[in-house]
Design a protein around this ligand. Structure first.
Ligand SMILES: C[S@@+](CC[C@H](N)C(=O)[O-])C[C@H]1O[C@@H](n2cnc3c(N)ncnc32)[C@H](O)[C@@H]1O
Length: 183
């Protein structure tokens, strides 16, 4: 009898935890202008290569999701400043966990409130509506030589300096990389 009660309690607890997890996931998907849809793992090395980071680079991932790009960047070039800003709680918590023990700087907040003047590199994987909104901020704050890497979505009226198409077989997202400057 006691055992049955304990099992029932455990099942109820697990159901509650699953409900909380799904709710947080749902809020992170519908609650921001760009849902938490991380780039596929196979696309990450090509993204990091395209950034051409050097020792001392300061890279911002605007809406860093679970932090996979920053993690890979730090693995490739350890002596960088890797900064991630993430609005939704669940991906932020995942990023905190995945980047534990690294020098990554993570903020749970709105990237429109982040000062980008020290950025040498900015990564964007955002829907067109947010790309349009963030363009003014980049223009106002970025130093002229800062590298902006836009994944899959482009700026409407801006010509990229370079376009890279990743050739990983079967890759459907995280494939088209565009490099911009805001000089
Ligand atoms: C498509 S995901 C990209 C995640 C990650 N950069 C990657 O490539 O794997 C976009 C992320 O931006 C976050 N986001 C959207 N608007 C934001 C804002 N104003 N400030 C901070 N994060 C935001 C979303 O919560 C979501 O996790």
């Amino acid at each position: 009898m006691v055992l049955e009660g304990a099992v029932l309690f455990l099942m109820l607890l697990l159901t509650l935890l699953a409900f909380i997890f799904v709710s947080l996931w749902f809020v992170s998907i519908v609650g921001s202008g760009a849902p938490f849809v991380p780039v596929p793992a196979q696309s990450v090395p090509g993204i990091v290569d395209a950034l051409e980071l050097k020792s001392g680079s300061v890279v911002y991932d605007m809406g860093c999701g679970d932090g996979r790009i920053l993690r890979s960047a730090l693995e490739k070039v350890p002596n960088i400043r890797a900064v991630g800003i993430e609005k939704a709680f669940l991906p932020y918590a995942l990023a905190k966990w995945k980047l534990r023990g690294t020098s990554a700087e993570l903020t749970h907040g709105d990237f429109f409130k982040t000062d980008l003047r020290d950025a040498t590199h900015v990564v964007l994987y955002l829907l067109p509506s947010l790309m349009e909104k963030i363009e003014k901020k980049l223009q106002a704050e970025l130093r002229p030589d800062a590298v902006v890497l836009a994944i899959d979505f482009s700026f409407k009226d801006k010509t990229p300096l370079r376009v890279i198409e990743q050739t990983v077989p079967g890759l459907r997202r995280g494939k088209d990389l565009r490099i911009y400057n805001f000089s």
